[in-house]
Design a protein around this ligand. Structure first.
Ligand SMILES: [Zn+2]
Length: 426
């Protein structure tokens, strides 16, 4: 068996001039606490009318603890909880979430604000009728981000290891999941450009929204995607207005699932793909999630000879897919169980005749083995004739946006590579 190497990570990112500080922002993450002690962390600021207490919820901390610490009126605490009860239970405060308490000159609560999550704020204000609670959306400012880069190892390292970069990488891989296997197809030197929504708070990027358009050049072949909405809904289309969706995913090892399973700081890539027989073998760490390549139903789920733990799915059009050597088969799978494309069916293992953990993936049509990497399967629906003009306009606009991420910059950034530790390959 070949040895497995994880190559060192080189990161090349370029950003539009709009957000030069974005990378650091992403690395800093959302609402990460400073490592200071409690009294330093909570600043007590005073203005003419209000005393203000701000801070972030510590591990295990309750509102009662905060009230006790600042010697606030406990009756106010009960009133706050009562006012908020129907929209948010103040008993459960999430660690690291910010809050703000405003007091009047008599140290009575004037308002209480708590950031429930990255999209929602709980605001409780004192009026003539007593406390009144409401949930309001976080007032983000939306901007358009232009992001591009050269892939050295994998998409995540090319985007940086911040939480929001991981989400962006997963969303990009979802868009192209029918055409590109981001775990095995990606080559050193592949490039990507994307236009995405960025959500800002006080001038700082907090998270990404939708990807509006994207281009990936994989092994010399360009793939483009445009996000388009019409009466049929929202979908991604290629330049000719064809939906990117297909009957079968490019690979049964889904980049999103793998990267979220192995994203504890470092993405663990799939390392090798071989075609020794009537199928494809994906060498992958034990426990890597395996997804259904297409919609279908279970024909077989259990042990079978050299296959070890095996799942066979039946799909429309006479197709069957085989997933062998699994360490675990998803417990809900029985003969006849319906599965949808991308759903979890089991975990990579080395049961049956296998020298190391890998997924044996096989595709058959009318029980005749076919090469899953070379078949062409039907795509989803195209843009309707009615929407063509609208789509063409959107495409033209997005092409301008994508073109504004100059490929020349890749080269300029590549020049820096010589100063970095090199990568080694197994
Ligand atoms: Zn095999």
């Amino acid at each position: 068996m070949k040895k497995i190497f994880i190559r060192s990570t080189l990161v090349y990112i370029l950003f539009s001039t709009i957000v030069p500080t974005f990378f650091l922002t992403v690395l800093a993450g959302f609402n990460l606490p400073e490592k200071t002690d409690f009294d330093e962390e909570i600043k007590v600021t005073e203005s003419e009318e209000f005393h203000e207490i701000t801070g972030k919820i510590r591990k295990g901390e309750t509102l009662f603890d905060i009230f006790k610490h600042y010697e606030l009126n406990l009756n106010d605490l009960f009133s706050l909880k009562e006012a908020s009860a129907s929209i948010y239970k103040l008993r459960y405060l999430r660690v690291n979430q910010p809050y703000r308490i405003r007091l009047d000159e008599n140290k009575q609560i004037n308002s209480f604000t708590y950031w429930i999550d990255e999209d929602t704020i709980l605001n409780i204000t004192c009026g003539e009728e007593g406390f009144c609670a409401e949930k309001i959306p976080v007032p983000y400012e939306k901007k358009i981000e232009h992001i591009g880069g050269v892939i050295q190892d994998n998409l995540i390292s090319a985007l940086g290891h911040g939480k929001e970069s991981l989400v962006l990488a997963q969303n990009l891989s979802d868009i192209f999941a029918w055409d590109i296997d981001f775990t095995t197809d990606i080559r050193k030197g592949d490039t990507f450009r994307l236009v995405a929504e960025g959500f800002y708070l006080n001038g700082t990027l907090k998270k990404y929204g939708n990807i509006l358009s994207a281009e990936v050049i994989n092994n010399g072949k360009a793939y483009r995607a445009y996000r388009f909405t019409d009466e049929e809904g929202t979908d991604y289309y290629d330049a000719s207005g064809k939906s990117l969706k297909k009957t079968f995913l490019r690979a049964p090892l889904n980049f999103r699932r793998i990267s979220s399973t192995f994203s504890n700081g470092r993405y663990h890539p799939i390392l090798k793909i071989t075609r020794p027989h009537h199928g494809v073998d994906y060498a992958a760490p034990e426990g890597t999630p395996v997804s259904a390549a297409g919609d279908g139903s279970v024909v077989f789920a259990g042990r079978r000879g050299q296959y070890g733990n095996l799942v066979i799915l039946k799909h429309p059009g006479g197709y069957q897919t085989y997933y062998g050597h699994l360490s675990k088969i998803h417990e809900r799978l029985r003969q006849g169980t319906e599965v949808s494309q991308g759903s979890l069916i089991g975990l990579v293992g080395s049961t049956g005749l296998a020298t190391g953990p890998h997924l044996h993936f096989e595709m058959r049509i009318n029980d005749r083995p076919i090469n899953p990497l070379s078949i062409s399967v039907p795509r989803g629906s195209d843009i309707t004739v009615k929407s063509t003009v609208k789509f063409e306009r959107l495409k033209a606009e997005q092409d301008v946006e994508l073109a504004s991420i100059p490929p020349g910059n890749f080269l300029a950034i590549e020049g820096k590579r010589h100063g970095n530790p090199g990568s080694s390959e197994g």
